[in-house]
Design a protein around this ligand. Structure first.
Ligand SMILES: [Zn+2]
Ligand SMILES: [Zn+2]
Length: 272
């Protein structure tokens, strides 16, 4: 059983039109493909426009019908915390993500490049990454009570440019506490994703969240799914076998599978 629920296309900042993603998913043996275009955010040029979102919905619904004998397609959305949806319909699932930090009315992306991250740490937090992490995780945590959100996107995205630990040590106790408090807030409420998106783009060598956080998630009984946050059809299954090994090594025996009714807990050995 092969599934990916975090997929971008040319409707936002992906490289391929949705139909190319579908055909590649079928070719790669996927059973379930969820589209998760970036929901409209005024300041985000990578997100879908309001008009584009309407077209996106129609296109994915059309593809769902066209390829229903070959693959289960789901219409989803990656909602940014800056622009929460009021109504979930017509989306079948929502990924809730924080991509921006806001300081004195200015919002900047945390995942765009290293320079912007350095600027925020220095200019907004006087060089103290922990204080940035506190604000970030506080923003992430609020989504625990957002009913429309099913999956929390890339939990520790603020470490995108931290492969060399130049911003923070992954085991820094103050940092780990912020992340673990956030995991506690989601336990029993939301699915967290293991997200391989930064690997295909050469920012990271392992998925989000970092291994120590994944282990903590397992201890707390947090349910997960494995997603590639795919922006390029070639990488639909990027690092999936390796990630599955890591997930199992952290103790997980099940992952969540999308169904027309919602999500069901599924034996991990059914995947891949
Ligand atoms: Zn995202
Ligand atoms: Zn994404």
């Amino acid at each position: 059983m092969r599934q990916n629920l975090h997929t971008h296309s040319t409707f936002c900042d992906g490289k391929n039109p949705p139909e190319e993603m579908v055909l590649k998913a079928i070719e790669k043996g996927f059973d379930i493909l969820g589209f998760s275009g970036h929901g409209y955010v005024k300041i985000d040029t990578a997100a879908m426009s309001v008009e584009g979102t309407r077209e996106y919905i129609q296109t994915i619904q059309m593809l769902k019908e066209k390829y229903k004998e070959k693959i289960d397609i789901y219409l989803g959305l990656e909602e940014d915390a800056l622009n929460r949806l009021i109504v979930k319909e017509p989306f079948s699932f929502i990924i809730g993500s924080v991509h921006f930090l806001t300081h004195e009315g200015v919002s900047l992306p945390i995942d765009y490049n290293r320079g912007i991250m350095e600027f925020m740490v220095d200019a907004w937090y006087e060089g103290n990454f922990i204080n940035l992490a506190k604000d970030y995780y506080q923003d992430v945590r609020q989504m625990a009570n957002w009913d429309e959100v099913d999956i929390i996107g890339h939990l520790d995205l603020i470490t995108k440019f931290n492969e060399d630990e130049s911003f923070i040590r992954f085991d820094d106790p103050l940092y780990v506490k912020e992340a673990c408090d956030t995991i506690d807030a989601f336990a029993g409420k939301k699915i967290l994703e293991v997200n391989t998106g930064a690997i295909s783009r050469n920012y990271r060598k392992t998925p989000y969240p970092y291994r120590n956080l994944l282990q903590y998630m397992h201890e707390k009984g947090v349910q997960i799914c494995l997603n590639s946050d795919c922006h390029n059809a070639e990488y639909l299954d990027c690092y999936f076998p390796e990630s599955l090994e890591m997930i199992k090594a952290c103790g997980y025996k099940t992952m969540m599978k999308k169904t027309p009714e919602g999500f069901t807990e599924t034996d991990i050995d059914c995947f891949w």
